[in-house]
Design a protein. Structure first.
Length: 145
């Protein structure tokens, strides 16, 4: 077990592709524990015992806990793939049909149901600017313009 609870989510806007490209880095034990608590099913993501059902629960968990609004409108996250690096699960997602951004609202309560001290760091790059948000269980929503 680790002594701190943090996840890093990078959101980049590609003007050429008209999409948001999202990379999320989560501790494997934390995401498995969160999925088990939420859906009452054993989760063994990033192990030899991982099942397609567990991957579907991961996608469902992202859809429910990581909400992105572009210009005031909620957008659907498309889960592309995942990989592991040591004890971290790296997930790749995207949101299509985003030609321009005037505001980006992010709600991220991932893993907070298990650990009040969880911090979700959101790093963004859009309109030539880099910004970041620190989301916590007390403040799990943020807006960037």
């Amino acid at each position: 077990m680790h002594k701190f609870y943090v996840a890093i989510h990078q959101i980049n806007h590609s003007k050429e592709k008209k999409m948001l490209q999202i990379t999320s880095r989560l501790f494997i034990d934390d995401i498995n524990e969160a999925i088990e608590k939420k859906y009452h099913k054993k989760s063994r993501l990033a192990s030899e015992y991982e099942s397609p059902e567990q991957v579907e629960l991961l996608k469902k968990y992202f859809a429910e806990k990581f909400v992105v609004k572009v210009n005031g409108q909620a957008k659907n996250l498309e889960f592309l793939s995942k990989e592991t690096e040591d004890n971290v699960l790296i997930c790749y997602l995207r949101i299509t049909a985003v030609p321009k951004i005037s505001s980006l609202e992010i709600e991220n309560s991932m893993i907070m149901e298990n650990h009040n001290e969880q911090q979700n760091i959101i790093q963004t790059s859009f309109n030539g600017n880099k910004n970041s948000l620190l989301l916590t269980s007390e403040n799990f929503k943020g807006m960037l313009k």
